[in-house]
Design a protein around this ligand. Structure first.
Ligand SMILES: CC(C)(COP(=O)(O)OP(=O)(O)OC[C@H]1O[C@@H](n2cnc3c(N)ncnc32)[C@H](O)[C@@H]1OP(=O)(O)O)[C@@H](O)C(=O)NCCC(=O)NCCS
Length: 224
């Protein structure tokens, strides 16, 4: 079973990394693959409650690959961890099949409570370089999280999310309408200036109307 998982991981790299040449090269030279191989063994020990050995393996893997996958994390098949340095995947994280994870990604928790505290990624999710997904929520199938985004909320299937905090910008490949940005200070100052000018002009018009009404009244009283 572990060997099959490793083979699927190698195939995933070959399919999704244009720079990958052969299965042999991927197996020996890709630290993302090495991290996943170490992790498959560490996870086996973790599931059999041999926590110290599990953690030891994951720390050795971290030393050699700069990728830290907690032995408790559940990793699917065909995962591509590209480049990999600085990737951190927490204990209760779940990564679905065929996900792609770039360097600097954190699948982390918020707070110090025990229990489920890390995200669950669906299948075919892409997490861009440097992105952070923080909290115990689900990211749907086929989602893309932009490079350097910080995702704090769940996502439905087929959503692209960007920014800090990450917000959906595409659903099913179609751009979502943009929300009106909050008014800037300059826009507020301009609006205030126009309001003051309108108030001034209205006052002048009112005074003029009163003056004309008085003049008309005076003319009428003279002609009588
Ligand atoms: C998120 C991503 C998948 C979007 O791809 P896409 O579907 O082609 O989307 P678009 O390029 O049309 O971008 C949609 C909007 O998101 C914005 N956007 C895209 N990536 C962004 C990012 N990383 N941060 C902030 N905004 C981003 C675009 O500017 C665009 O905004 P606009 O509609 O106001 O112009 C892609 O930009 C990305 O970040 N991929 C990660 C790649 C990576 O990490 N590579 C590492 C290789 S080593």
């Amino acid at each position: 079973m572990i060997l099959k998982d490793i083979w699927l991981d190698i195939k995933a790299v070959q399919e999704r990394d244009p720079a990958a040449r052969s299965a042999f090269e991927v197996l020996f030279l890709y630290q993302g693959i090495h991290a996943l191989i170490w992790h498959r063994f560490a996870h086996w020990f973790y599931c059999h409650k041999m926590f110290f050995i599990a953690r030891l393996i994951s720390q050795i893997a971290r030393f050699f690959t700069l990728i830290e996958i907690h032995p408790g994390a559940r990793m699917g098949h065909g995962i591509l961890i590209d480049h990999g340095s600085g990737v951190v995947i927490g204990e209760t994280a779940v990564v679905g099949d065929n996900c792609t994870i770039y360097q600097g990604v954190t699948l982390g928790g918020v707070g110090t409570k025990k229990g489920k505290r890390h995200p669950t990624l669906g299948n075919n999710v892409m997490v861009g370089a440097g992105a952070k997904i923080l909290g115990a929520f689900e990211v749907g199938d086929n989602c893309s999280i932009a490079a350097n985004a910080v995702l704090l909320k769940p996502l439905e299937d087929n959503v692209t999310a960007v920014g800090i905090p990450a917000r959906p910008v595409k659903k099913d490949g179609v751009s979502l309408p943009k929300k009106r940005e909050a008014m800037t200070l300059e826009e507020y100052e301009e609006m205030k200036r126009q309001m003051e000018q309108m108030t001034r002009e209205l006052k002048e018009l009112k005074e003029m109307a009163e003056r004309l009404a008085k003049e008309k009244e005076a003319r009428e009283s003279i002609s009588e």
